[in-house]
Design a protein around this ligand. Structure first.
Ligand code: PMP
Length: 396
């Protein structure tokens, strides 16, 4: 595949060139104060725009230009973030990275990169994130479903996955694993991931989705394994730990060969410049410090929920792990049994009469009678606990 090449691959936008190559509008976006091309700003005719003091500087005056197609600075910051040398002495470099419009772009891009429509299949391990199978269907790629082992560990059934991979007639090209899992909140065992990576005859790629890794114990991420395993892809995102779902920034750590394939096939300017400016700020020392503070607040509320939820009549066991920014809990019927109908009724009543929206994850999602509860602020958690207690009393 010949990647798309633009004139900026040859001639950088260094401020000295007159750029008439890419059909841009030199007057910029229709935002008051930002109409004029950049050279006018040096005369003080427009205001350079940033957010509050010390915050990210978004260069609105450059919005008439396409963004950087390579995002090397941002990629280096992502490498620094995940370089712990906890798992290997090798160091991640920007060659190990693809950045996408959320991890959702990566989920789809990997399918398009590795699977032949109408023939190939992927392994998914339900209960898991729904986009793996949605994207597979869109791309006419089949599914081999290998359910996770039972709650609360929700470990991956490595024997069954490996058996599926050993059968060439399955045409499996990718295995999508999620750690910490959604909706399980459980971290996969490193040994299990390694066993699949070491499959002796299978030639495909293991995709490890670490969307929630920032809520897991320090150094749980296996992103650095991408320096050693040519058949591993680790997906991460700024949507969760960094609280920036709106900017749509996902990262893939992989061998330079795989990262190169994804970079060659992506749309040339997939990351908007405001997104990379905000992401760069989030990964600066200041951004990281704020993120650490917010993480501590979320984990405090997680601890609180683990204590207070089981005290509410009608709340059953925690199912799954405690490694993400949500918890999976059973709802019980009047006889004290986990019950789908109760969970569904609570879910609906909570939203409709108390204005609290959680996620129903029932039998059909592999979690009989469960609700998935995202951990909010202290005030939100207080309100949720009160509303849940009332609602359970009403429906049981
Ligand atoms: N993976 C998992 C496991 C998720 O739960 C989500 C979002 N709900 C995503 C990926 C998508 O993340 P992004 O916002 O980066 O597209």
């Amino acid at each position: 595949l010949e990647p798309y090449r633009c004139a900026r691959d040859d001639y950088k936008d260094d401020g000295s060139n007159i750029l008439l190559d890419a059909n841009e509008n030199a007057f910029g976006p229709p935002i008051p104060g930002n109409y004029l091309p950049r050279d006018a700003t040096t005369n003080g005719t427009t205001n350079g725009t940033g957010t509050s003091a010390g915050g990210p500087q978004i260069d609105f005056l450059s919005l008439h230009r396409y963004p950087d197609p390579h995002q090397l600075e941002l990629k280096q910051l992502l490498c620094n973030l995940r370089t712990t040398h906890a798992h290997t002495t090798k160091t991640l470099t920007p060659d190990n990275l693809f950045v996408g419009v959320g991890s959702d772009e990566a989920i789809d891009a990997l399918l398009r990169c590795f699977c032949v429509p109408g023939r190939d299949r992927i392994v998914v391990c339900p209960p898991t994130y729904g986009m793996y199978s949605v994207s597979a269907h869109v791309n006419d790629v089949g599914l081999v479903k290998v359910p996770l082992l039972s709650a609360p560990t929700f470990a991956v059934d490595t024997d069954a996955v490996c058996a599926a991979l050993s059968d060439d007639s399955n045409h499996v090209k990718l295995v999508y694993l999620c750690s910490p899992g959604n909706p399980t909140g459980a971290l996969l065992a490193k040994e299990d991931v390694q066993r699949i990576l070491e499959h002796p005859t299978w030639n495909g790629v293991v995709v490890l989705d670490e969307a929630y890794i920032d809520f897991a114990p320090d150094e749980a991420s296996l992103a650095e394994w991408a320096t050693e395993w040519p058949n591993l892809v680790v997906m991460q995102t700024l949507s969760k730990g960094f609280g920036m779902a709106g900017i749509r920034l996902g990262a893939v750590f992989a061998s330079p060969a795989i990262a190169g394939l994804l970079n060659n096939m992506k749309a040339p300017y997939n990351i908007p410049s405001p997104t990379s400016a905000l992401a760069t700020y989030a990964l600066s020392a200041n951004g990281l410090a704020i993120t650490r503070g917010n993480k501590a607040r979320i984990l405090d509320q997680r601890d609180r929920l683990l204590v207070e939820l089981p005290r509410i009549p009608g709340v059953g066991r925690l199912r799954g792990g405690v490694c993400s920014n949500f918890l999976l809990f059973e709802m019980l019927d009047a006889q004290g049994r986990p019950d789908n109908a109760t969970a569904l009724a609570v879910y609906e009543r909570l939203a409709e009469t108390k204005g609290v929206v959680v996620r129903f994850r029932g039998k059909e999602h592999g979690c009989l009678g469960c609700l998935r509860i995202t951990i909010g602020t202290k005030e939100e958690v207080t309100r949720f606990l009160e509303a849940l207690e009332l609602t359970l009393a009403e429906v049981r």
